[in-house]
Ligand binder design. Structure first.
Ligand code: 13P
Length: 251
């Protein structure tokens, strides 16, 4: 059965900020959270997680990691497990961001294993998908995104422990966005794909975020689309005022 989907505005800080910056930014987001009218999530780099967890304590802002390893622990230098993220206070983790797919050669199979690890640890996985500009120009956006969704979402995923973020690679950090019609069309396509694979209840209830150059000025239009249930925000999430304005414009 479909329940109303609560809007989620998530900030992906990527590899930005030192400890003081993270604390200040998190405190500012926490201070404005009660007026947001939607769920807020911030995903700082791993080294800032503890500081940000302390700064968010007592607020309604959720904390997430930017990646996790599929295993619980072991000889995996430089990696962090979903259990470690949960232990620090995370409720979410981003997996399969296009920057990790490109920089670290992450496949759909690996992204799915990471999402399974997130679920094992009790985290909500924010699974990212999105086509390149060449793929869109070739008319392959639906096919590419559909394949990524099918390959990256675990078989036993539920709408409660899974969020899917559509982030066209060519819109990330460029100031360019697809038209609202194109965003709605591909989100509707994703909802159909997951409904067929995981059932109508999953399809109706899973939150689909849009990411790629979301700013206060375009949030109202993009977040107002029928099948858009929130945003995954990069650059604008580093400025508390802008991040909160996006949330305010999305309610
Ligand atoms: P920008 O908002 O900077 O385009 O980044 C989007 C993104 O990659 C969020 O994960």
């Amino acid at each position: 059965m479909a329940t109303p989907r609560v809007m989620l505005i998530a900030g992906n800080w990527k590899m930005n900020g030192l400890v003081d910056d993270g604390r200040t930014l998190a405190q500012a987001v926490a201070a404005g959270a009660s007026e947001a009218g939607c769920e807020l999530l911030v995903c700082p780099p791993a080294g800032l997680l503890s500081t940000v967890a302390a700064a968010l304590s007592g607020s309604a802002v959720a904390l997430g990691g930017q990646d996790c390893h599929p295993e619980v622990s072991g000889a995996h230098t430089g990696d962090i497990s979903a259990e470690m993220l949960s232990d620090i206070g995370c409720g979410f983790v981003i997996v399969g961001h296009s920057e990790r797919r490109a920089d670290h050669g992450e496949s759909d199979d690996l992204v799915r294993a990471k999402a399974e690890a997130a679920h094992r640890a009790g985290l909500t996985a924010v699974i990212c998908v999105g086509e390149t500009e060449a793929e869109r120009d070739a008319g392959q956006a639906d096919a590419v995104v559909g394949k990524q969704v099918l390959g990256s979402v675990p078989e036993n995923a539920t709408a409660a422990n899974t969020v899917i973020a559509y982030e066209p690679v060519w819109a990330i950090g460029t100031g360019r966005t697809p038209t609202p019609e194109d965003v709605q069309a591909i989100h509707s396509h994703m909802r159909n794909v997951v409904s067929e694979r995981h059932g109508g209840e999953f399809g109706a209830n899973v939150r689909l975020l849009y990411g790629g150059s979301v700013k206060p000025g375009n949030a109202t239009e993009l977040m107002g689309l029928e099948d858009v249930d929130g945003a995954l925000v990069g650059g604008a999430s580093l400025v508390a005022e802008d991040f909160l304005a996006i949330a305010a414009n999305s309610g």
